[in-house]
Write a protein that binds this ligand. Structure first.
Ligand code: RP5
Length: 162
């Protein structure tokens, strides 16, 4: 069993449908990963333990998704030197604007790389690219993925012209 390199955490199981896109990216790139529900507010001690043990457990990047008063990504970032990617989850009342503002407005010194509201796919890809800085084969797979994207767009254009 390979130990996980990417940790995917979320504040609630209600975030899972959003965060599944990041899990899918890890699966598609064959990256060992772990998934956990870790709430900054409901399970603060678990959050502290998760973040403080992340380095020794071999994680290289953490993706943290939360909605509303979305303090999880920032608090995890404060507790670990690992890069943290924040995913603002679309909230029921404010469409995720609250989540975005809660995650993106970090004080200088403790960055969270914040993706767009609901865009866990980009969080997954960014995590893979971070791992790719030390893994040339993985970077080549990212390039191949982008070539596929390009082909998809070009095929759509072709169809428009037919
Ligand atoms: C946050 O509160 C979670 O990240 C979730 O997005 C939001 C609502 O949680 P539930 O009430 O659906 O469990 O902590």
């Amino acid at each position: 069993m390979t130990s996980p390199l990417i940790g995917i955490v979320m504040g609630s199981d209600s975030d899972l449908p959003t965060m599944e896109a990041a899990i899918n990216v890890c699966e598609n790139f064959d990256i060992p990963h772990e998934v956990a529900i870790v709430s900054a507010h409901r399970t603060p001690n678990r959050m502290v333990k998760y973040a403080q043990t992340a380095v020794e457990r071999g994680l290289k990047v953490i993706i943290a998704g939360a909605g509303g008063a979305a303090h999880l990504p920032g608090m995890v970032a404060a507790l670990t030197p690992l890069p943290v990617i924040g995913v603002p989850v679309k909230s029921r009342t404010l469409q995720g604007i609250d989540s975005l503002y809660s995650i993106v407005q970090m004080p200088g010194g403790i960055p969270v790389a914040t993706v767009a509201i609901g865009n866990a796919k980009n969080a997954g890809l960014l995590a893979v690219q971070i791992l790719g800085t030390c893994d040339l084969k993985l970077l080549h797979r990212v390039q191949a993925y982008r070539q596929e994207l390009e082909q998809t767009v070009l095929k759509k254009q072709q169809r428009l012209e037919e």
